[in-house]
Ligand binder design. Structure first.
Ligand SMILES: Cc1cc2nc3c(=O)[nH]c(=O)nc-3n(C[C@H](O)[C@H](O)[C@H](O)COP(=O)(O)O)c2cc1C
Length: 371
């Protein structure tokens, strides 16, 4: 309440990217408040626990990639009640991203447009930061995912080596990895969603995953592929096929959209990725399609336009094992995750579900293909 009535109007008067940077800087200094934040913003309830591959999330609501690109606030962010967080996108090489301004708010649409272009400090610096946090006991207790993107100056033909380089540098710091082949803001990145290129990338990452796990005497890390909402379902089917054949842990659906501008109320036609409410139903339709096509066997992390418990519940019913938010967190504020988790419990009770895992795919029965 306080956030929406007082703080948000003030924050929204200021430049979006500067406000974001300053908020992250503040959060990075507030790590000692993690426990206090937790008391305000977290709820613990066994019924919300979900498993994704070898990972256990205390609740199904995670922070989406792009919010904390440089992993500066990973100790504080779990205090807002997330079940897991994803940092990045990290690229092998440090890069500044696109010229500013490159982030826009569309309050009438409850949306954002960004064309940041993977501005980040690079894999080495971020691995160093995460390593120091681990040594100092400042590592989050919830699972931490690392989102990896392609460096801008690297051509598609060299993309696999670029991904491998970032993956190896960050390997020991992530509980899972997201291969981001779907940002609309890095030229030709989305080419990697093409069947043959994706297969080459996934095969190489999995080989490296096996080798690095052996070296460290740990289990292999779950790999997720994050896809765009801007493609036909026939291409999604090809991605599912490759993901299954390379034994990748799952799919994150979806990234921001480069299209959908016709649905906007705001007079804004900036190029970049549109996120938030206008993306919600499209992302859910992708989740439902993947769940059905993979016959419920492929874990899906659902993301796109989640603001309320109902939004999250719809994605879980469509087949998502877990969900993530970004734009909803900006608009709804620090209590967003708690509200969503509380609401999920209420909706589960209403519908007679004992655990959130029972809700997964409840509204998208994974029919055998021949029916
Ligand atoms: C400012 C901004 C930066 C983002 N950066 C990344 C990124 O680096 N990597 C990524 O995979 N997704 C990134 N995303 C996409 C989000 O993770 C998410 O997939 C998308 O915004 C849809 O979710 P939402 O509607 O809850 O925001 C970014 C989104 C925004 C708004």
């Amino acid at each position: 309440m306080l956030y929406k009535a007082l703080l948000r109007p003030l924050l929204f008067l200021r430049d979006p990217e500067k406000t974001h940077e300053q908020t992250l800087a503040l959060l990075s200094r507030l790590s000692f408040l993690e426990k206090t934040l937790e008391q305000f913003f977290s709820i613990e309830d066994q019924r919300l626990q979900v498993r994704l591959n070898s990972l256990t999330f205390p609740n199904p609501v995670g922070l989406a990639g792009g919010f904390d690109k440089n992993a500066v606030a990973v100790k504080t962010l779990p205090g807002f009640g997330f079940g897991f967080i994803e940092i990045g996108a990290v690229t092998a090489l440090p890069q500044r991203g696109n010229p500013k301004p490159r982030l826009y708010r569309l309050p009438k649409d409850r949306a954002l447009i960004n064309r940041l272009g993977f501005n980040n400090e690079g894999a080495e610096a971020i691995a160093g930061r995460l390593g120091a946090m681990r040594r100092n006991g400042h590592f989050p207790k919830i699972p931490l995912g690392i989102n990896i993107g392609r460096s801008k100056i690297v051509e598609t033909k060299d993309a696999v080596a670029d991904f491998l380089s970032a993956f190896a540098k960050l390997y020991f710091h992530g509980d899972f990895f997201t291969l981001n082949v779907s940002s609309p803001n890095t030229p030709n990145l989305r080419d990697l969603q093409e069947k043959n290129l994706l297969k080459e990338l996934l095969a190489a990452i999995q080989e490296s995953n096996r080798a690095l796990a052996k070296e460290a005497r740990t289990k292999e890390k779950p790999i997720l592929v994050k896809i765009a909402p801007d493609m036909e379902f026939s291409q999604v089917n090809e991605i599912i096929e490759v993901v299954e054949s390379e034994k990748v842990a799952g799919i994150i659906a979806t990234n921001a959209t480069a299209f959908l501008r016709e649905s906007l109320v705001s007079e804004m036609n900036e190029p970049g990725g549109l996120s938030g409410k206008p993306l919600r139903d499209k992302a859910t339709s992708f989740i439902r399609h993947i769940y059905r096509e993979s016959r419920g066997r492929l874990p899906i992390v659902g993301v796109g336009g989640i603001f309320t418990a109902e939004d999250a519940y719809d994605k879980i019913k469509a087949g998502a094992t877990a969900v993530q938010i970004y734009t909803g967190f900006i608009y709804e504020g620090p209590a967003a995750v708690k509200r969503i988790n509380r609401g999920l419990l209420r909706l589960m009770e209403r519908d007679g579900f004992k655990r959130i895992s029972e809700v997964v795919g409840a509204q998208a029965p994974a029919c055998p293909r021949w029916i």
